[in-house]
Unconditional design. Structure first.
Lengths: 112, 116
């Protein structure tokens, strides 16, 4: 069963605009991670936020976490055509191993 | 070159045949994972391994076998391939769980498998 559910399923924006993607999950987590997947490639880790953190930044990426609502958002500012990809949230709900549970992903298209 | 590699990148086989997908990582990561990615299902965990000779089932293990005799290798075998196993398979590795929780995962480029 999927732990993380991303929303929307697909997003199309103009270059220069901001892109906001959301992830909701069902059980308590230790951390939440966002990954990007370019077409035909493997997933690449973007950012990790721990359960006791509320916001984290990395370059043009901003991630927030609201554990009371069991949700996270990924904001990409000043988007570029190269940001076109699928984005996945992954949750760490395990206690003893390094398993992650991935959502189904959001397809982001950035129009030049 | 360091990293995580998968072979073959593309494979076409027939129903009933045995197929082995290879995964090799050069980081000496403890954990290794096998996922399948299908449209509408996202990424689903097949098997994972916490260390050499330690493996465990994931969400969709039926029809698959894994082994891990060496830390750096984690082959996935489809003992008798079925059409429903047509998918893109990703291998990933990560370090031990730490203060932040589960470590980040590093993915291979994937193997596109077609079962006719």
């Amino acid at each position: 069963s999927q732990q993380g559910e991303e929303d929307p399923q697909a997003l199309s924006i103009q270059e220069g605009e901001n892109a906001t993607m959301n992830c909701s999950y069902k059980t308590s987590i230790n951390n939440l991670q966002w990954y990007r997947q370019n077409s035909g490639r493997g997933l690449v880790h973007l950012i990790l936020i721990r359960s006791n953190e509320r916001e984290k930044h990395s370059g043009r990426l901003r991630v927030t976490l609201d554990t009371s609502k069991k949700s996270s958002s990924l904001l990409i500012t000043a988007s570029r055509a190269a940001d076109t990809a699928s984005y996945f949230c992954a949750t760490d709900a395990s206690g003893a191993n390094s398993k992650l549970t991935f959502g189904k992903g959001i397809t982001l298209s950035v129009r030049p | 070159d360091a990293g995580i590699t998968q072979s073959p990148r593309y494979k076409i086989t027939e129903t009933g045949r045995q197929v082995t997908l290879m995964c090799h990582q050069t980081w000496s990561h403890s954990y290794m994972f096998w996922y399948r990615q299908d449209l509408g299902h996202g990424l689903r965990l097949i098997y994972y391994s916490a260390a050499a000779d330690i493996t465990d089932k994931g969400e969709v293990p039926d029809g698959y076998v894994v082994s891990r005799s060496k830390t750096e290798n984690f082959p996935l075998t489809l003992e008798s391939a079925t059409r429903s196993q047509t998918s893109v398979y990703f291998c990933a590795s990560s370090g031990l769980r730490g203060p932040r929780g589960a470590d980040t995962q590093y993915f291979g480029p994937g193997t596109r498998l077609t079962v006719l």
